[in-house]
Design a binder for this molecule. Sequence first.
Ligand code: ADP
Ligand code: MG
Length: 240
Amino acid sequence: MIEVRGLHKRFGAHTALRAVDLDVARGEVVVVIGPSGSGKSTLCRCLNRLESPDAGTVRIDGAELPAEGRALARLRADVGMVFQSFNLFHHKTILQNLTLAPMRVRGLSREEAERDARALLDRVGIGAQADKLPAQLSGGQQQRAAIARALAMRPKAMLFDEPTSALDPEMVGEVLDVMTGLAEDGMTMVVVTHEMGFARQVADRVVFMADGEIVESGTPSEFFASPTSDRARDFLGKVL
Ligand code: ADP
Ligand code: MG
């Protein structure tokens, strides 16, 4: 579903990604871990071209991501993204947050978009919040709304960049539960997270990044039991 080849990204003199190759199969859940500054967010942002790479290619379901224009907007809709900060539209209701893009980009009627949106809000457990503004919801509810908003575009894959890092601890579980449900339903997912419990239980594969490179990659049981690189051992020593 996602095929990354030879991805390079520099910011001035700093190389954020070097020669990154990554394949994510349909229905696979890949958890990306690694120290701060290792390039995890840059990788996610290159996967839907919020950031343009200096070299390399990204293919989504066989189609190379175009540099710009309508074709990019269409392909970008295939890859839903959820950020640490929930990025909801503050002056729109939760329901409107979910219906705007499907009406504009997918051409749904308001009735279709609202029917979809209510079903998705029920699925993430916040159907009763549909007519509220984001600020009236808890952080965990806002992040679940952000996930539902991404799903409203019917993406082929979902990217999560530290989706629980900004949440109060008591709200982390409800967001991870929604993500676990999505994984069980077969969604293709790339998840950057420091939640090692989620990585162990839900990931099909764990990818460890350091200094802009994928240093190692394996099943959670392989990776956590016997990391092969010093950098991964050092990182796990700090987070586990
Ligand atoms: P991570 O998500 O793993 O913490 P990032 O992908 O955010 O890492 O960043 C990787 C490196 O690239 C860091 O050194 C960061 O400072 C740098 N970087 C990221 N985005 C920018 C930017 N827009 N401008 C300059 N440097 C950036
Ligand atoms: Mg980051």
